[in-house]
Write a protein that binds this ligand. Sequence first.
Ligand code: NAD
Ligand code: MG
Length: 397
Amino acid sequence: MNASRAITILGSTGSIGQNTLDVVSRHQDKYSIVALTANTDVDALEQQCLQWRPEYAVMSDQSSAQQLFDRLKAAGLDTQVLAGTEGLNRVASLDQVDTVVAGIVGAAGLLPTLSAAESGKRVLLANKEALVMSGRLFMDAVHNSGATLLPVDSEHNAIFQCMPYQLPELPEHSGINRILLTASGGPFRTLPLEQFHNITPEQAVSHPNWVMGQKISVDSATMMNKGLEVIEAHWLFNVSQDLIEVVIHPQSIVHSMVSYADGSILAQLGNPDMRTPIAHCLAWPERIDSGVEPLDIFDVAKLEFEKPDLDRFPCLKLCYQAMQAGGSASIALNAANEIAVEAFLQGKIAFTAIAGLIESVLGKITITDANTLDEILTADQSARELAKSHIHNLQTV
Ligand code: NAD
Ligand code: MG
């Protein structure tokens, strides 16, 4: 690598953000941090600013931004503090930035991630919800601007690593006949179905193999995460959903596989630690140390693979249905899921009500085109309102 890469981390206080900073801290000759962002956690962003002294810090929340500004000023830092979506879009598209890590969770990440894609950055995509919502629009922005899109999500990163370096327009032309998307099955893979109703938020967020933010942890427990990842893979690699097969692999050592016409299956293996895919994307096409323990295959010894049980994980089935329906259906699915997960984490609805709520929203919405940003944001908003009124009705009966 020649010059050092200048980085904006969207969502720097989250799990992806912190793992990125951990990798960057090992290679300060190669990377510099230009901007860090967070939603409301002033303490965490202040600490990161004191350590990394970025040019910009953004807080989505206005009053949090004011607090951060006061504290950084008192500490004698000349970091510019910006606020809101405008601030996020600005640091995602700064001229002096060449790499943007999209690590915000949920729909909140859509606009800044799109901004990075439109400005031709190297986009390290963790924020799968952004791609699920804006699929075609986002991929068109990448192609039109000449941006480089690199998948951080461990499965998609594995698939990317198992694909030919120069990918033709259609993956089938490389002899790819199947993508095997692995899933751990989450904490409830073997829990008796009759106990699902009593699952608590604490149980749902404690994933057996990965340490992640709360929302993706619940998504992993319902397997909504895998469904969103099927949609993510469809857009990233331009493959139809029929070619994407979900494989339950409880050990989380094989991070996904690509099957070829000649009978070969290529897999990427490693310890379950997000610093590997993050380091891969940061340095691509080179390789750098990520700080991750090397995998001891003798220690692992046994790798298991099973077909998913769609009755146990109805959210996965709903994702396939939304993809099939096309248009705004995936946007509604994602929006309803965000509302449902938040309500579950706040103790307002049961774990088993998450899938029911999404299904009810999908049953009620009118599916529209979702090609423009306006259409996408409108579809997102109306599905959120429907989901909220559904929760309200559940609570008043
Ligand atoms: P997290 O909850 O740990 O962190 C989220 C970050 O986004 C925080 O910095 C938070 O301040 C910021 N944020 C939250 N709401 C925001 C808002 N409204 N406006 C602006 N910023 C906001 O989440 P995470 O686990 O790091 O996940 C981030 C994204 O990466 C998600 O889309 C997730 O699906 C994806 N991902 C995460 C992992 C993982 O290991 N954590 C793995 C693969 C993919
Ligand atoms: Mg993943």
